[in-house]
Design a protein. Structure first.
Length: 367
Protein backbone atom coordinates (compact mmCIF):
# COMPACT_ATOMS: atom_id res chain seq x y z
CA UNK A 1 0.00 0.00 0.00
CA UNK A 2 1.32 3.43 -0.97
CA UNK A 3 0.65 6.44 1.20
CA UNK A 4 0.68 9.85 -0.42
CA UNK A 5 1.90 12.64 1.81
CA UNK A 6 -0.47 15.59 1.96
CA UNK A 7 0.96 18.74 0.40
CA UNK A 8 2.14 21.53 2.65
CA UNK A 9 -0.47 24.26 2.42
CA UNK A 10 0.68 27.88 2.41
CA UNK A 11 -1.56 30.96 2.39
CA UNK A 12 -0.11 34.27 1.25
CA UNK A 13 -2.21 37.28 2.21
CA UNK A 14 -1.62 40.00 -0.37
CA UNK A 15 -0.63 39.76 -4.04
CA UNK A 16 1.56 42.84 -4.05
CA UNK A 17 5.30 42.80 -4.81
CA UNK A 18 6.22 41.02 -1.55
CA UNK A 19 3.47 38.41 -1.77
CA UNK A 20 4.12 37.45 -5.39
CA UNK A 21 7.91 37.42 -4.91
CA UNK A 22 7.46 35.09 -1.93
CA UNK A 23 5.24 32.77 -3.99
CA UNK A 24 7.79 32.73 -6.82
CA UNK A 25 10.46 31.53 -4.38
CA UNK A 26 8.21 28.92 -2.83
CA UNK A 27 6.57 27.45 -5.90
CA UNK A 28 9.34 24.97 -6.79
CA UNK A 29 9.34 23.45 -3.31
CA UNK A 30 8.34 19.79 -3.42
CA UNK A 31 4.79 18.91 -2.46
CA UNK A 32 3.59 22.42 -1.68
CA UNK A 33 0.25 24.10 -2.36
CA UNK A 34 0.03 27.90 -2.39
CA UNK A 35 -3.12 30.01 -2.15
CA UNK A 36 -2.73 33.77 -2.61
CA UNK A 37 -5.49 35.97 -1.22
CA UNK A 38 -5.95 39.37 -2.85
CA UNK A 39 -9.07 41.54 -2.84
CA UNK A 40 -7.73 43.71 -5.69
CA UNK A 41 -5.74 43.01 -8.87
CA UNK A 42 -2.37 41.27 -8.29
CA UNK A 43 0.68 43.56 -8.40
CA UNK A 44 -1.55 46.61 -8.81
CA UNK A 45 0.68 48.59 -6.45
CA UNK A 46 3.70 47.91 -8.67
CA UNK A 47 2.28 49.89 -11.58
CA UNK A 48 2.83 53.48 -10.32
CA UNK A 49 6.34 52.83 -8.97
CA UNK A 50 9.18 54.78 -10.53
CA UNK A 51 6.71 56.97 -12.40
CA UNK A 52 5.39 53.87 -14.18
CA UNK A 53 8.88 52.67 -15.07
CA UNK A 54 9.36 50.61 -11.87
CA UNK A 55 12.45 51.64 -9.95
CA UNK A 56 12.93 48.13 -8.62
CA UNK A 57 16.23 48.47 -6.71
CA UNK A 58 19.19 50.70 -5.89
CA UNK A 59 22.89 49.96 -6.09
CA UNK A 60 24.76 49.48 -2.80
CA UNK A 61 28.19 48.17 -1.85
CA UNK A 62 27.01 45.93 0.97
CA UNK A 63 24.00 45.20 3.22
CA UNK A 64 24.95 47.83 5.83
CA UNK A 65 25.35 50.61 3.27
CA UNK A 66 21.98 49.68 1.78
CA UNK A 67 20.27 49.55 5.18
CA UNK A 68 21.33 53.16 5.93
CA UNK A 69 18.54 54.28 3.60
CA UNK A 70 15.80 53.05 5.93
CA UNK A 71 14.78 55.44 8.75
CA UNK A 72 12.98 52.51 10.38
CA UNK A 73 14.25 48.92 10.25
CA UNK A 74 17.94 49.60 9.54
CA UNK A 75 19.48 47.10 11.98
CA UNK A 76 16.81 44.47 11.35
CA UNK A 77 17.61 44.58 7.64
CA UNK A 78 21.31 43.75 8.02
CA UNK A 79 20.66 40.00 8.14
CA UNK A 80 17.77 40.19 5.66
CA UNK A 81 19.96 41.87 3.04
CA UNK A 82 22.85 39.52 3.85
CA UNK A 83 20.61 36.64 2.71
CA UNK A 84 19.15 38.34 -0.34
CA UNK A 85 21.02 41.38 -1.62
CA UNK A 86 20.52 43.63 -4.65
CA UNK A 87 22.53 41.35 -6.96
CA UNK A 88 20.41 38.37 -5.90
CA UNK A 89 17.28 40.32 -6.78
CA UNK A 90 18.60 41.29 -10.21
CA UNK A 91 19.74 37.70 -10.91
CA UNK A 92 16.32 36.36 -10.02
CA UNK A 93 14.50 38.83 -12.24
CA UNK A 94 16.86 37.94 -15.08
CA UNK A 95 15.99 34.27 -14.57
CA UNK A 96 12.31 35.03 -15.25
CA UNK A 97 13.01 37.22 -18.28
CA UNK A 98 13.28 40.67 -16.72
CA UNK A 99 16.51 42.32 -17.82
CA UNK A 100 17.55 45.43 -15.89
CA UNK A 101 19.88 48.40 -16.22
CA UNK A 102 21.32 50.99 -13.82
CA UNK A 103 20.91 54.73 -14.37
CA UNK A 104 23.65 57.25 -13.57
CA UNK A 105 21.97 57.88 -10.22
CA UNK A 106 22.44 54.16 -9.39
CA UNK A 107 18.75 53.28 -9.56
CA UNK A 108 17.77 50.06 -11.32
CA UNK A 109 14.92 49.76 -13.82
CA UNK A 110 13.71 47.02 -16.17
CA UNK A 111 15.08 47.49 -19.68
CA UNK A 112 11.49 47.81 -20.88
CA UNK A 113 11.08 50.90 -18.63
CA UNK A 114 7.62 49.57 -17.95
CA UNK A 115 6.15 48.55 -14.59
CA UNK A 116 3.29 47.00 -16.55
CA UNK A 117 5.66 44.77 -18.49
CA UNK A 118 7.40 43.76 -15.27
CA UNK A 119 4.05 42.92 -13.68
CA UNK A 120 3.12 40.70 -16.63
CA UNK A 121 6.44 38.83 -16.52
CA UNK A 122 6.21 38.22 -12.78
CA UNK A 123 2.68 36.88 -13.08
CA UNK A 124 3.65 34.79 -16.10
CA UNK A 125 6.42 33.18 -14.04
CA UNK A 126 3.90 32.28 -11.34
CA UNK A 127 3.12 28.62 -11.96
CA UNK A 128 0.45 28.50 -9.31
CA UNK A 129 -2.27 30.82 -10.55
CA UNK A 130 -4.50 30.18 -7.54
CA UNK A 131 -5.11 33.82 -6.62
CA UNK A 132 -8.29 33.97 -4.58
CA UNK A 133 -10.32 37.20 -4.70
CA UNK A 134 -11.32 37.15 -1.07
CA UNK A 135 -10.78 39.42 1.92
CA UNK A 136 -9.43 37.68 5.00
CA UNK A 137 -10.67 39.41 8.15
CA UNK A 138 -10.23 36.69 10.75
CA UNK A 139 -7.09 34.62 11.27
CA UNK A 140 -9.35 31.63 12.01
CA UNK A 141 -10.20 31.56 8.30
CA UNK A 142 -6.64 30.30 7.77
CA UNK A 143 -6.61 27.48 10.32
CA UNK A 144 -6.29 24.76 7.68
CA UNK A 145 -2.96 26.10 6.39
CA UNK A 146 0.44 24.90 7.58
CA UNK A 147 1.99 28.33 7.05
CA UNK A 148 0.58 31.83 6.58
CA UNK A 149 2.55 34.72 5.04
CA UNK A 150 1.06 38.15 5.74
CA UNK A 151 2.29 40.34 2.89
CA UNK A 152 -0.18 43.20 2.91
CA UNK A 153 0.48 46.46 4.73
CA UNK A 154 -3.18 47.45 4.66
CA UNK A 155 -5.45 47.69 7.69
CA UNK A 156 -6.47 44.09 7.06
CA UNK A 157 -2.88 42.94 7.44
CA UNK A 158 -2.44 44.88 10.67
CA UNK A 159 -5.70 43.45 12.01
CA UNK A 160 -4.57 39.87 11.32
CA UNK A 161 -1.23 40.53 13.03
CA UNK A 162 -3.02 41.98 16.07
CA UNK A 163 -5.27 38.93 16.27
CA UNK A 164 -2.08 36.87 16.55
CA UNK A 165 -0.97 38.98 19.50
CA UNK A 166 1.51 41.16 17.65
CA UNK A 167 2.15 44.80 18.49
CA UNK A 168 1.37 47.29 15.73
CA UNK A 169 3.32 50.55 15.61
CA UNK A 170 0.64 53.03 14.52
CA UNK A 171 0.98 53.58 10.75
CA UNK A 172 1.71 57.15 9.68
CA UNK A 173 2.29 58.64 6.21
CA UNK A 174 5.85 58.69 4.91
CA UNK A 175 7.37 59.69 1.56
CA UNK A 176 4.60 62.21 1.04
CA UNK A 177 4.06 65.86 0.26
CA UNK A 178 3.72 68.33 3.14
CA UNK A 179 1.11 71.03 3.70
CA UNK A 180 2.19 74.44 4.96
CA UNK A 181 0.58 76.52 7.69
CA UNK A 182 -2.13 79.01 6.70
CA UNK A 183 -0.60 82.44 6.30
CA UNK A 184 2.59 81.13 4.73
CA UNK A 185 3.90 83.27 1.85
CA UNK A 186 2.16 82.53 -1.44
CA UNK A 187 4.95 80.70 -3.20
CA UNK A 188 4.44 80.22 -6.95
CA UNK A 189 2.66 76.93 -7.63
CA UNK A 190 4.51 74.54 -9.93
CA UNK A 191 7.93 76.13 -9.42
CA UNK A 192 10.84 73.77 -8.77
CA UNK A 193 14.11 74.46 -6.98
CA UNK A 194 17.14 72.20 -6.87
CA UNK A 195 19.02 71.43 -3.67
CA UNK A 196 21.96 69.08 -3.02
CA UNK A 197 19.42 66.65 -1.53
CA UNK A 198 17.04 66.71 -4.51
CA UNK A 199 14.25 68.75 -6.08
CA UNK A 200 11.51 70.62 -4.23
CA UNK A 201 8.25 71.51 -5.96
CA UNK A 202 5.83 74.15 -4.67
CA UNK A 203 2.20 73.03 -4.76
CA UNK A 204 -1.01 74.96 -4.17
CA UNK A 205 -0.77 74.68 -0.39
CA UNK A 206 2.54 72.98 0.32
CA UNK A 207 5.65 71.23 -0.91
CA UNK A 208 6.49 67.99 -2.67
CA UNK A 209 9.39 66.42 -4.59
CA UNK A 210 12.24 64.01 -3.73
CA UNK A 211 13.82 66.17 -1.01
CA UNK A 212 10.45 66.73 0.68
CA UNK A 213 9.74 62.98 0.53
CA UNK A 214 13.02 62.39 2.36
CA UNK A 215 12.20 64.99 5.01
CA UNK A 216 8.70 63.54 5.49
CA UNK A 217 10.25 60.10 5.90
CA UNK A 218 12.77 61.24 8.49
CA UNK A 219 10.08 63.12 10.43
CA UNK A 220 7.25 60.61 9.91
CA UNK A 221 6.96 59.93 13.66
CA UNK A 222 7.11 63.63 14.65
CA UNK A 223 4.02 65.48 15.81
CA UNK A 224 2.59 68.32 13.73
CA UNK A 225 3.15 71.20 13.41
CA UNK A 226 6.91 71.27 12.94
CA UNK A 227 9.41 73.49 11.12
CA UNK A 228 11.69 72.42 8.29
CA UNK A 229 14.63 74.40 6.91
CA UNK A 230 15.98 73.82 3.43
CA UNK A 231 19.15 75.18 1.77
CA UNK A 232 18.49 77.78 -0.93
CA UNK A 233 21.51 79.74 -2.28
CA UNK A 234 25.20 79.47 -1.45
CA UNK A 235 26.10 82.73 0.30
CA UNK A 236 29.65 82.63 -1.05
CA UNK A 237 28.53 82.17 -4.66
CA UNK A 238 25.92 84.91 -4.34
CA UNK A 239 28.41 87.35 -2.82
CA UNK A 240 30.87 86.69 -5.64
CA UNK A 241 28.14 87.49 -8.19
CA UNK A 242 27.25 90.69 -6.35
CA UNK A 243 30.90 91.77 -6.19
CA UNK A 244 31.28 91.27 -9.95
CA UNK A 245 27.99 93.04 -10.77
CA UNK A 246 27.52 95.94 -8.30
CA UNK A 247 25.31 97.99 -10.64
CA UNK A 248 22.93 95.20 -11.65
CA UNK A 249 19.44 94.72 -10.25
CA UNK A 250 19.76 92.38 -7.26
CA UNK A 251 16.65 90.36 -8.14
CA UNK A 252 18.07 89.53 -11.56
CA UNK A 253 21.25 88.17 -9.95
CA UNK A 254 19.25 86.09 -7.46
CA UNK A 255 17.16 84.75 -10.35
CA UNK A 256 20.30 83.15 -11.76
CA UNK A 257 20.16 80.80 -8.78
CA UNK A 258 16.41 80.26 -8.28
CA UNK A 259 13.33 80.87 -10.48
CA UNK A 260 12.44 84.55 -10.94
CA UNK A 261 8.89 84.11 -9.66
CA UNK A 262 10.27 82.70 -6.42
CA UNK A 263 12.87 85.48 -6.19
CA UNK A 264 10.10 88.09 -6.32
CA UNK A 265 8.17 86.43 -3.46
CA UNK A 266 11.23 86.08 -1.22
CA UNK A 267 12.79 89.50 -1.93
CA UNK A 268 9.67 91.62 -2.14
CA UNK A 269 10.68 95.30 -2.39
CA UNK A 270 14.36 94.31 -2.32
CA UNK A 271 14.06 92.74 -5.75
CA UNK A 272 14.74 95.99 -7.64
CA UNK A 273 17.57 97.40 -5.57
CA UNK A 274 21.11 97.55 -6.94
CA UNK A 275 23.56 94.88 -5.83
CA UNK A 276 25.77 97.55 -4.27
CA UNK A 277 22.94 98.41 -1.86
CA UNK A 278 22.18 94.88 -0.64
CA UNK A 279 22.21 94.53 3.15
CA UNK A 280 23.58 91.59 5.13
CA UNK A 281 20.12 90.83 6.53
CA UNK A 282 18.79 90.40 2.97
CA UNK A 283 21.56 87.93 2.17
CA UNK A 284 20.64 86.03 5.35
CA UNK A 285 17.12 85.39 4.01
CA UNK A 286 18.50 83.72 0.89
CA UNK A 287 20.72 81.05 2.47
CA UNK A 288 17.80 78.95 3.66
CA UNK A 289 14.01 78.87 3.68
CA UNK A 290 12.06 77.80 6.77
CA UNK A 291 8.52 76.44 6.56
CA UNK A 292 5.98 75.47 9.18
CA UNK A 293 4.39 72.14 8.23
CA UNK A 294 0.92 71.36 9.57
CA UNK A 295 0.10 67.97 8.01
CA UNK A 296 1.03 65.41 5.36
CA UNK A 297 -0.43 65.75 1.90
CA UNK A 298 -1.79 62.24 1.48
CA UNK A 299 -2.22 62.68 -2.28
CA UNK A 300 1.53 62.19 -2.54
CA UNK A 301 1.78 59.33 -0.05
CA UNK A 302 3.84 56.41 -1.34
CA UNK A 303 4.45 54.29 1.76
CA UNK A 304 3.73 54.40 5.47
CA UNK A 305 5.92 54.11 8.51
CA UNK A 306 4.72 51.74 11.22
CA UNK A 307 3.52 48.14 11.23
CA UNK A 308 4.44 44.98 13.09
CA UNK A 309 7.00 45.56 15.85
CA UNK A 310 10.33 44.17 14.61
CA UNK A 311 11.31 42.76 18.01
CA UNK A 312 8.52 40.23 17.47
CA UNK A 313 9.92 38.97 14.14
CA UNK A 314 12.94 36.70 13.66
CA UNK A 315 15.66 37.07 11.04
CA UNK A 316 13.79 34.85 8.59
CA UNK A 317 10.78 37.19 8.89
CA UNK A 318 8.92 34.63 10.97
CA UNK A 319 6.72 35.45 13.94
CA UNK A 320 8.35 34.84 17.32
CA UNK A 321 4.86 34.31 18.72
CA UNK A 322 3.59 31.73 16.23
CA UNK A 323 5.93 29.47 14.19
CA UNK A 324 3.50 29.12 11.29
CA UNK A 325 3.26 32.89 10.62
CA UNK A 326 5.61 34.95 8.44
CA UNK A 327 5.67 38.61 7.42
CA UNK A 328 7.16 40.41 4.44
CA UNK A 329 7.04 43.86 2.88
CA UNK A 330 5.32 46.90 4.34
CA UNK A 331 3.38 44.97 7.00
CA UNK A 332 6.57 45.26 9.09
CA UNK A 333 7.75 48.49 10.72
CA UNK A 334 10.22 49.15 7.89
CA UNK A 335 10.25 51.98 5.39
CA UNK A 336 12.94 53.49 3.21
CA UNK A 337 13.64 56.55 1.12
CA UNK A 338 12.75 56.98 -2.56
CA UNK A 339 14.96 55.15 -5.02
CA UNK A 340 13.85 51.52 -5.05
CA UNK A 341 14.54 50.94 -1.37
CA UNK A 342 10.99 50.01 -0.38
CA UNK A 343 10.73 47.49 -3.19
CA UNK A 344 14.08 46.01 -2.14
CA UNK A 345 12.60 45.47 1.32
CA UNK A 346 9.74 43.62 -0.36
CA UNK A 347 12.04 41.40 -2.43
CA UNK A 348 14.50 40.57 0.37
CA UNK A 349 11.98 40.01 3.15
CA UNK A 350 9.79 37.90 0.84
CA UNK A 351 12.78 35.72 -0.04
CA UNK A 352 13.61 35.29 3.67
CA UNK A 353 10.02 34.33 4.50
CA UNK A 354 10.07 31.72 1.73
CA UNK A 355 13.44 30.44 2.96
CA UNK A 356 12.15 30.26 6.52
CA UNK A 357 9.26 28.06 5.43
CA UNK A 358 11.63 25.84 3.44
CA UNK A 359 13.87 25.49 6.50
CA UNK A 360 10.88 24.35 8.57
CA UNK A 361 10.01 21.75 5.95
CA UNK A 362 13.60 20.48 5.83
CA UNK A 363 13.74 20.16 9.61
CA UNK A 364 10.40 18.35 9.62
CA UNK A 365 11.62 15.94 6.95
CA UNK A 366 14.76 15.15 8.94
CA UNK A 367 12.88 14.31 12.14
Amino acid sequence: MTFTQKPTKVAIIGAGPAGIYCALHLQDTNNISIDIYEKSKPLKTLLPTGGGRCNLAHYALNPKSLAKNYPRGKKFLYSIFARHFVNDTLDFFKSIGIETYMQEDERYFPISNSARDMREKMLCALKNKNIINKKITDIKQLNNYDFVVIATGSRGGYSLAEQLGHTIITPKPSLCGLKLAPGSPKYPQGVTINTPEGEILFTKDGLTGPYIYKISSLKARDNFPYDITIPLISREELQNKIKCNPKKIFGNIVSEFIPKSLSRVILGENYNIKCSNVKKTTLDTLETLTFQVISPDNKGEIVTSGGVELNEINNFCGSKLNPKIYFCGEIMNIDGFCGGYNLQNCWSSAFCAAQGIKNHLTQRKNL
